[in-house]
Design a protein around this ligand. Structure first.
Ligand code: SAM
Ligand code: SF4
Length: 425
């Protein structure tokens, strides 16, 4: 979501005559766009500002979720910052910069919650890549007790379907082949149509080659959504991110996740029955307040049973906006780290096994960047694996290719491009 927002900020700035610089020393304006989900990311902001502070000729702006959470506190901790803007007002940034630049204002803070207004003013992307994000939903009403999102991104807002379709059609007209629909809770999307209805409309857009969505919530996975995956496997990959967070019912309840582990596993089973080739990834939090060794072992058992093909695991981070901040029995950091390492070992084993099982298969890959060697290209498979191939004759970035997988490692697959297929599309 922050990548999407940052690209929109870039487009708004370019559209107002500013030129992008990649070196902070050369820049007159430095914009930080921030994440507040974990403390480490929030603290990094202040150390990054520290490195460029003292240069009074530069305008420093801090936006996004840390700005929304800390508000005027940003000016107190980093007095050289001139603009603080929340995630719902970034379309106004060029106007605010002009006011500071011309001396009309010395400092500006805008942390208004205004998703609807923002989505009505989204700047068009200046250039479209082969794979693009499109935000369809923002904010969250679930209030998981550890999570800062409902406080900084606000209550759930779903964009009207015609605006989403319009943005996608425009990107495809300009060469995009893969779209990832974004939302803090993407499958709880409900506007003039349901998430499932939106998916069906998007899947019918001519020229769309691949569709993904993230991040989803287990309780919003409907049987119809599973059926759509099965029906449109050629466009909607059989790969689903379905965050579970913990394997313990007691912890899930304390997290306010709204489902049990047996309900979760039942959904995975049902999904596998409806769509045979599906694989899952998940998010985990270890060391939630009150998590005992037995609760943690439930998470290990779940990881072994569910067999995720990839994962994101996090050490619980205490966020002051949230109810879990004040919960008793906070787990000591050393213990959180030990559990984290143990969980990583299990999840990595499953991931490696999945990647090794892909050897001999053919994967459909969209190439997005060059590798370390001159003739190397890296793209992503339907299961979001990073796939590396060598190709001497032409630049294949932005094209789909069928790749025969030769080797499977923890973080990538190595393959051979099949010349008989879709190259050049
Ligand atoms: N809405 C999705 C869901 O509920 O599954 C996930 C969106 S959330 C912003 C992304 C991930 O960040 C979560 O799934 C969770 O694993 C992690 N996360 C959120 N708050 C956290 C915290 N306080 N400490 C550690 N990880 C956290
Ligand atoms: Fe955060 Fe996801 Fe829970 Fe919403 S559902 S509060 S985004 S973890």
């Amino acid at each position: 979501m922050n990548v999407y927002d940052s690209e929109k900020i870039r487009s708004a700035m370019l559209g107002n005559g500013y030129v992008e610089s990649i070196d902070a020393n050369d820049s007159d304006i430095i914009i930080f766009y921030t994440c507040n989900v974990r403390e480490k990311a929030a603290e990094k902001l202040f150390s990054d500002i520290g490195r460029i502070s003292g240069k009074k000729d530069k305008i420093i702006a801090v936006g996004g979720c840390v700005a929304q959470a800390e508000k005027e506190g940003i000016f107190k901790r980093a007095p050289d910052v001139r603009i603080v803007f929340g995630p719902h007002v970034y379309h106004k940034l060029p106007e605010y910069i002009k006011k500071i630049d011309s001396g009309i204002e010395q400092r500006i803070i805008d942390v208004t919650f205004a998703q609807k207004v923002k989505f009505g003013h989204l700047p068009k992307k200046s250039a479209a890549k082969a794979s693009e994000f499109v935000s369809i939903q923002e904010g969250c009403d679930n209030f998981c007790t550890y999570c800062t999102v409902p406080y900084v991104r606000g209550r759930e807002y779903s964009r009207p379907s015609k605006d989403i379709i319009g943005e996608i059609v425009d990107l495809i007209d300009r060469g995009t082949k893969e779209i990832t629909l974004l939302g803090q809770n993407v499958n709880s999307y409900h506007s003039d149509v349901s998430f499932e209805e939106l998916l069906r409309s998007v899947l019918k857009i001519s020229g769309l080659r691949r569709l993904r969505y993230t991040s989803s919530h287990p309780k919003d996975f409907t049987t119809e959504l599973m059926a759509i995956h099965n029906e449109y496997q050629n466009i909607l990959p059989p790969f689903v991110h379905i965050p579970v967070q913990s394997g313990s019912d007691r912890i899930l309840d304390m997290m306010n996740r709204g489902h049990t582990i047996s309900e979760y596993l039942q959904k995975l089973r049902k999904f596998r029955n409806i769509c045979k080739s599906v694989s899952f990834s998940s998010d985990f939090i270890v060391g939630f307040p009150g998590e005992t060794e037995a609760d943690f072992q439930d998470t290990i058992d779940l990881a072994k049973e569910a067999k995720f093909s990839s994962f994101y695991a996090f050490i619980y981070s205490r966020r002051k906006e949230t109810p879990a901040y004040n919960m008793p029995n906070q787990v000591p950091l050393a213990e959180k780290k030990r559990r984290f390492e143990e969980l990583l070992r299990v999840l990595r084993k499953e991931e490696l096994e999945f990647n090794k099982n892909c050897v001999g298969s053919t994967q459909r890959v969209l190439f997005e960047k060059r590798g370390k060697k001159e003739n190397q290209y890296i793209g992503y498979s339907e299961y979001m694996q990073s796939v590396v191939v060598e190709n001497d004759s032409e630049n294949i970035i932005g094209t789909f290719g069928e790749v025969l997988i030769k080797e499977g490692f923890q973080n990538c697959l190595i393959g051979k491009l099949n010349w008989e297929t879709e190259l050049g599309n």
